[in-house]
Design a protein around this ligand. Sequence first.
Ligand code: XMP
Length: 315
Amino acid sequence: DWTPDHALDAALEEVRGRAGGERVLLAVSGGVDSSTLALLLARAGVDHTAVFVDHGLLRLGEREEVERALASAGVNLVTVDARERFLAALEGVGDPEAKRKIIGREFVEVFKEQAARLGPFRFLAQGTLYPDVIESAGGTGAANIKSHHNVGGLPAELGFELLEPFRYLFKDEVRELGLLLGLPDTVRLRHPFPGPGLAIRILGPVDEEKLDILRRADDLFISALKDHGLYDEVWQALAVLTPVRSVGVTGDERRYGYVLALRAVTSVDGMTADWARLPHDFLDEVARKIPQRIPEIGRVVYDLTSKPPGTIEWE
Ligand code: XMP
């Protein structure tokens, strides 16, 4: 029978058995898989270095939250501030796939530089889960599947031996291990967040000003969900900053502000999803608060598209 305690013991044993006395590198994104992996390595007493790349596309306070959660649990964490570099590479790029490619490429470059600077390392630890292994069966390997969809995934060409202690686990099982390892709930129960971050939630080209607007709007929406006990009821919730501007009015003043879309979905695995029936009173409160606090936003809409035909993200 599967129990979290046995799974944790098995993972600790594997990591100590294979990588005891060796140096292990890993990339952390702030998501539950890589964070739990970092805590596992720390608990195992393995000589590890966790690299967290701040690409400037994170949410409000996210970097500090990740640093706090990991550093206090004994993870040897190196944060790399690569914000300017990513923003420069993304300048003027509006196509979603082009944005993803640029972010993926820059991520691998930054990670390689850090590996060279901090190395040498024998092992690369990755939070690959069982569904990733299945998806890639007969294909090109788990590391490859991740590399095109997940910025945390790295190409095999880096030349490390892979350590994937979660390869027989499902996400909810990793969440159980995270609980045993003391991962704070803010990280452990967090909604999925795409590797390219807020870049694919700003339709069209990304710049610092738009990132700042979206960061504040996302924070108001997510905080309100938490305050109303709705956060754990949905699989994922997000705000999208559209390039569309519409006319509005405050007092006697006409305003010309951005249209912000809110999206919340229920889902089991993200493959299909249904738009979440959030209470009207809740939506009303959020739709009033956002333009009040963020004058650059003139209008708030709620996305009623399920998946299919829509995807969860807008890009
Ligand atoms: P879609 O939008 O395809 O999203 O319905 C399904 C799930 O995947 C996430 N997503 C991504 N994750 N890199 C990632 O790491 C990406 O490029 C990416 N695109 C979408 C999305 O947030 C949702 O959880």
